[in-house]
Write a protein that binds this ligand. Structure first.
Ligand SMILES: Cc1ncc(COP(=O)(O)O)c(C=O)c1O
Ligand SMILES: [Zn+2]
Length: 408
């Protein structure tokens, strides 16, 4: 049977074409179209792809392409939730994926598809987590991998991607245009560019939402918070619950809250002002570096999906992001990227209005590990003590007293 992509904006279907994943008519991102069928969750299986195979765009899994992605923990936030009277607060911790971010979910699905279509070159346009993830899966699949990066990429990012041995090309020029150009060149030279709102990537992100449903005992949470940049991640999460509802497995959808950093918040701005289309912004400036797409290709779709389901797109300040990052680490032992900490900052912003009930289940999707961006940490804010060897016991005792005072 011929596989199809669909455009939600103009309600048209197109044959699957991995070399251009935008609607030729309205330029919105295309999504994978599933023919109507009853889908089962194979709970007895181990890998997330096996458990949710009926919800994925392939019928067989090539295990040689997997790196141990998925099945991330849903961790209850005991201490933070106590402080804000929302007892059922959880983190879905995607930093446990092979390259430390949720991007592996998308890459793992996209590469299954690309290899099954006998395409032997892959690529991506990214400056960070997606580049690293694509390079890792490209290495595992033994495929030539092309990563198009910004001229001013930091050494840290260059190294974390470069270690997997992809072809890296630093491109000077407009980053938005680069994405479109990558498709033209990809088609010409047989390179499948798996970019941020790639339909197969989105199917991978969907699995995060499906896992949350299972981990909560086959219940939808009341709220899901997710950081938003290009939009692929949140679109995947919404799709998970739309499909569960369509299958009669849930009766209601969660309320989705997308969170952006104030310094790059084109979707939040359009949401606030009631626009139906997202205007690109000219300059991004935030500590949440991983979520700085000034021209998000999934923006219009997100606005639509979120509004239909009573969700919101929030913007949070850098100060609140850093405070949330610190709080997650100190109170819950979860060290995440500033981009991921936006969701806790967003939660507190909403909590000010007393919107949450004590029975609400709130899930925050932590998208990436803080180990990837240590530069945002300020050593001068970390206290430590000095001691001679002979004085060590006294020093230790004085710190024990200090700690006793601060434990809550
Ligand atoms: C850590 C992290 N969180 C969230 C996002 C946002 O995902 P999306 O671009 O699919 O909206 C990104 C995107 O790069 C990311 O790297
Ligand atoms: Zn269209």
């Amino acid at each position: 049977m011929k596989e199809l992509f669909e455009c939600l904006a103009c309600d048209k279907k197109f044959p699957v074409d991995v070399f251009n994943t935008f609607c030729p008519d309205c330029k919105e991102p295309l999504l994978y179209h599933y023919p109507e069928k009853k889908r089962t969750i194979h709970k007895d299986q181990t890998h997330a792809f096996e458990v949710f195979l009926d919800f994925l765009p392939f019928e067989e899994i090539d295990h040689s392409l997997l790196l141990g992605e998925g099945n991330s923990p849903l961790v209850k936030l005991k201490r933070i939730s106590k402080g804000c009277h929302v007892p059922f607060m959880y983190v879905k911790d995607e930093s446990s994926n092979p390259t430390g971010s949720f991007k592996d979910r998308g890459t793992a699905v996209a590469i299954q598809k690309v290899i099954s279509l006998k395409i032997d070159k892959i690529g991506t346009v990214s400056t960070g987590n997606m580049a690293t993830s694509t390079a890792a899966y490209g290495a595992k699949a033994n495929r030539r991998t092309f990563v198009l990066i910004k001229e001013d990429i930091s050494t840290e990012k260059l190294l974390s991607c470069g270690v997997y041995g992809p072809v890296m090309i630093k491109v000077a020029g407009d980053y938005g245009e680069l994405t479109y150009k990558s498709f033209d060149l990809g088609r010409k030279h047989g390179i499948c560019f798996m970019n941020a709102v790639d339909p197969f990537r989105i199917e991978g992100y969907k699995v995060i939402g499906l896992e949350i449903f299972l981990q909560l005992g086959k219940q939808p949470p009341d709220y899901i918070f997710a950081p938003v940049s290009s939009g692929g991640h949140l679109i995947g999460l919404v799709r998970a619950y739309l499909e569960l509802k369509q299958q009669g497995l849930i009766e209601r959808l969660p309320i989705f809250i997308g969170v952006q950093a104030e310094g790059c918040s084109p979707i939040a701005r359009a949401f606030r002002t009631g626009e139906s289309r997202v205007e690109r912004i000219t300059k991004a400036n935030t500590v949440a570096q991983a979520i700085t797409n000034p021209d998000p290709p999934g923006g219009n779709m997100i606005l639509n999906m979120i509004r239909q389901n009573n969700g919101r797109i929030l913007a949070v300040s850098d100060a609140d992001i850093l405070a949330a990052q610190k709080m997650l680490a100190e109170k819950e032992g979860i060290f995440c990227l500033p981009a991921s900490a936006t969701i806790l900052a967003g939660f507190f912003q909403m909590a000010k209005t007393d919107i949450f009930k004590a029975t609400d289940k709130v899930v925050l999707v932590v998208t990436g590990t803080g180990m990837k961006n240590m530069k945002v940490l300020n050593p001068s804010q970390m206290s430590f003590f000095h001691s001679s060897l002979s004085n060590l016991e006294d020093t230790l005792l004085s710190t024990i007293d200090l700690l006793r005072m601060s434990v809550d």
